[in-house]
Design a protein around this ligand. Structure first.
Ligand code: FAD
Length: 338
């Protein structure tokens, strides 16, 4: 017997193909987070580049399947916020990798490969100008210092993750809270992704940037990103660290003009829908703060302990994490204040 498979399609907000509604409701009003989930588009028309999401020739090429609006976390947007549900909160560091903080995002992904949970992990690397690049990793030897560490620019993680899943892989992925929400919405809508995306690591995040705007902004202030070996945001300052140990610092307040409008409506600091959230604040230098939310993340931490690859401490300064959670909710009201 032939099976009939139907999906519920969201409301159209303008006449015409569904991409027109995504454009009218999310992209044109500037609430798109640039998470890239809409690149699930079966005709691969939607582009995730260093500019707002777009679909050249959508009038001709869009097949009106509604995939983009079904997976978009900003279509009929209800902001997430708060600490979210969790099993435990800890600080930890990897004993084998060097990362932004405790390299726990990397440790999680590589441990998931070694435990056999996933075939591939998606990492965000960078070129010498700090443009983001996206890579698939299959074992610990493929990890290098360009793949670890924070890049404060949008990255096309989701298109790569989608491609990897379509090739039949089980994947692990790390991303900003908006990407995590995109993945979760996609998993609720499309069974293949619910089955194949086995580990979702969320990063604490206040905002991200378009690379072309960030690099121009820094260049105007005499900062050459090419010479930087690490970028960080600490205590209200954006910091670029150079190979000789010198540092350039700019107050984050000055970045206001280049904060993307889609970040300004996001209230989710702690990536509440992730399996485990990883951040810098709350832990001493060299450690990552972990908010373990799902059993899969707890099991992986147990595995790391058995393998002897992590050092775990209980001490996390929750007040500062809570402060940043509330700060993000305050500075990003939704709907935005006129
Ligand atoms: C845009 C952004 C803003 C952040 N803001 C805060 C903040 O306000 N407060 C705070 O405590 N922490 C923030 N973080 C998280 C923090 O900088 C570290 O990423 C986190 O503590 C993990 O460190 P680690 O040493 O465990 O990670 P590592 O082991 O070094 O791994 C870092 C991982 O992050 C991934 N990654 C790097 N850049 C990006 C990117 N642009 N998009 C998606 N994935 C990426 C890499 O693929 C890698 O897997 C932010 C991260 C990002 C990307």
């Amino acid at each position: 017997m032939q099976q009939k498979w139907e999906v519920t399609r969201p409301e159209r907000y303008v006449e015409g193909k569904y991409f027109a509604s995504l454009k009218a409701k999310v992209i044109d009003p500037g609430i798109c987070s640039h998470c890239g989930t809409c690149s699930v588009c079966p005709v691969k028309g939607i582009r995730v580049e260093d500019k707002p999401i777009y679909f050249p020739n959508w009038e001709e090429e869009c097949i009106d399947c509604a995939a983009c609006v079904r997976v978009c976390p900003r279509y009929d947007y209800v902001p997430l916020n708060g600490m979210g549900e969790y099993i435990e909160i800890l600080a930890a560091k990897s004993k084998r990798f060097k990362g932004q903080d405790g390299a726990m995002a990397t440790e999680y992904l590589v441990s998931a490969i070694e435990k056999g949970l996933i075939d591939e992990a998606i990492f965000v690397g960078r070129d010498e100008d700090w443009r983001t690049t996206v890579h698939r990793v299959r074992d610990a030897d493929q990890v290098n210092t360009l793949l670890t560490g924070t890049k404060y620019s949008f990255a096309a993680v989701l298109p790569e993750m989608i491609q990897s899943v379509r090739e039949g892989n089980n994947v692990g992925v790390v991303g900003t809270p908006c990407m995590v929400s995109g993945i979760r919405k996609m998993q609720r809508e499309i069974r293949l992704f619910a089955k194949r995306v086995k580990l979702v690591i969320g990063l604490f995040c206040t905002e991200n940037f378009y690379w072309h705007q960030l690099s121009a902004f820094l260049a105007e202030r005499g900062i050459d990103l090419r010479k930087g070996i690490k970028t960080d945001i600490k205590k209200g300052k954006f910091i670029v660290e150079y190979a000789d140990g010198e540092k350039a610092e700019i107050p984050v307040k000055e970045f206001d003009p280049i904060i993307p409008s889609g970040c300004k409506v996001c209230q989710d600091f702690a990536a509440v829908e992730s399996d485990v959230s990883v951040g810098s604040v709350g832990s001493k230098a060299g450690f990552s703060t972990l908010i373990i939310r799902q059993e899969v993340a707890k099991d992986l931490l147990d595995f790391m302990k058995e393998q002897g690859t992590v050092e775990v401490i209980e001490e996390v300064k929750m007040k500062i994490v809570e402060k940043l959670i509330h700060h993000k909710m305050e500075i990003h009201p939704y709907p935005p204040k006129k």
